[in-house]
Write a protein that binds this ligand. Structure first.
Ligand SMILES: Cc1cc2nc3c(=O)[nH]c(=O)nc-3n(C[C@H](O)[C@H](O)[C@H](O)COP(=O)(O)OP(=O)(O)OC[C@H]3O[C@@H](n4cnc5c(N)ncnc54)[C@H](O)[C@@H]3O)c2cc1C
Length: 389
């Protein structure tokens, strides 16, 4: 078990199709060759490596759950494996792909008109355009249904007013999917950058997900034509929640990738570093931590593979995704903390991966439904009782 190719304790790769193995190998090479060498610099600078966007488009990493319009349709398992590899590199890279795919392309594909799909999907799939998703507001995070951003009708236009916060890619987006209340119902609208009154600004004071662009968006009398409404969003809040399901599915897999990256780093380091006459890996307490990590990674891999097969069979439900997002992110945080500990002082430096993963995973635990919100989703499912409010 000396490198990441071997972190497959139960031999699950034997259960993968040739296509699934190929997708994973390609994404693994992309991360090793193009992400890991530059990510520390971007994390420190607080910038997204935008030069990777066209490359991600070329490789089919944007919109890979959709069919047509320039997308590379992958099976649920292949898409998951791709996310796992991307997040082994950095949560920011997986977040970019998740937002573009699950939160921007998916709603346009699912709720949009043919004209909207033709205009945006090929651009977003190739990486020529970037999208963002504005649901969260300064006063409404876990409870997005309370949002105050509103759309009103004025002649042939809609006029949007309000404020969104934490939109990933907001300041670099060509198009924003903005959720706003129209006559009290939550609806989705497409807002193009440079529309007067659309004012994104980058949030700069983050410890976490530093290589991802997070933005606040002010909407001040933003006038858009009526054709920019996503017509299928008449299902209300269910529409953004369906988008979140797509992204949460990718997170469940991605978290296993971050945990795997930490496990590989801990194993390699503790086998080399000698303290008290032997490599650290030869001490019982260190072995205990390595075993805990490998067990968590393996359980996460098993859970994800089952999730992926259910997605491909059409039997996956939102509460299954909640269990996987919640558990895998918690375990990844634990793996990152243990690795940070096992690397000693080295573990707090930016040239080791674990502290970057640890900081990033604090966001991953919070966004797309916090750990506790997923507890409440599962709690409601098993008891039939809503404990949210
Ligand atoms: C880096 C980053 C990127 C993001 N990207 C996006 C994006 O692209 N688009 C977007 O729309 N949003 C995005 N978000 C926002 C994210 O989805 C929210 O932060 C998340 O939904 C939590 O909302 P909140 O931060 O307002 O926390 P709150 O909702 O205020 O929650 C605070 C705490 O209270 C707990 N809590 C809340 N309700 C309950 C309850 N009923 N019972 C018990 N405990 C409860 C929570 O679990 C949490 O621990 C992003 C966030 C971050 C940090």
């Amino acid at each position: 078990m000396s490198d990441h190719n071997d972190v497959d304790f139960l031999g699950l790769s034997a259960d993968l199709s040739q296509e699934e193995r190929t997708v994973q190998a390609e994404a693994r090479a992309f991360v090793d060759e193009q992400v890991l060498p530059i990510i520390e610099e971007h994390f420190l600078e607080g910038s997204f490596p935008t030069h990777l966007i066209p490359e991600m488009g070329k490789r089919g990493y944007l919109g890979a759950i959709l069919d047509g319009y320039g997308c590379r349709p992958l099976s649920g398992v292949s898409y998951g494996l791709m996310n796992q590899e991307l997040e082994r590199g950095d949560s920011a890279i997986r977040s970019f792909s998740s937002v573009q795919t699950g939160l921007v392309m998916f709603p346009i594909f699912t709720f949009g008109t043919e004209e909207q799909k033709k205009q945006w999907l090929p651009e977003l799939a190739s990486g020529r355009a970037v999208g963002c998703f504005g649901l969260t507001e300064p006063d409404f995070g876990s409870n997005p249904g309370g949002m105050v951003t509103a759309a009103t009708i004025d002649g042939n236009d809609y006029v949007l007013n309000g404020k969104k916060r934490w939109a990933t890619n907001g300041s670099i987006a060509n198009v924003a999917v903005i959720w706003a209340k129209l006559d009290g119902d939550v609806r989705g609208f497409l807002v193009e950058k440079d529309t007067p009154g659309f004012k994104p600004s980058k949030i700069v004071n983050k410890f976490s997900l530093r290589a991802s662009v997070s933005s606040e968006i002010e909407l001040d009398q933003v006038r858009i034509p009526k054709r920019n409404l996503l017509p299928g969003t008449e299902v209300g809040l269910r529409a953004p929640l369906l988008c979140l399901n797509q992204a949460r599915y990718g997170i469940a897999w991605g978290a296993v990738g971050a945990a795997r990256g930490c496990y590989e780093e801990a194993l390699a380091y503790t086998k080399k570093r000698v303290q008290f006459t032997r490599p650290l890996a030869g001490h019982q307490l260190i072995q205990h931590k390595l075993v805990e990590m490998l067990t968590d990674v393996t359980q996460g891999q098993l859970l994800c593979l089952r999730l992926g097969r259910m997605k491909d069979a059409g039997t996956l439900k939102h509460y299954h995704i909640s269990m996987a997002k919640r558990t895998n992110v918690r375990n990844a945080l634990s793996a990152a903390r243990m690795t940070r500990d096992m690397l000693g002082a080295r573990g707090i430096c930016t040239d080791s991966h674990c502290a970057r993963h640890l900081c990033n995973l604090e966001t991953v635990s919070t966004y797309e439904g916090t750990h506790d919100i997923h507890t409440l989703i599962l709690g409601e499912h098993i008891t039939g009782l809503n404990a949210f409010s």
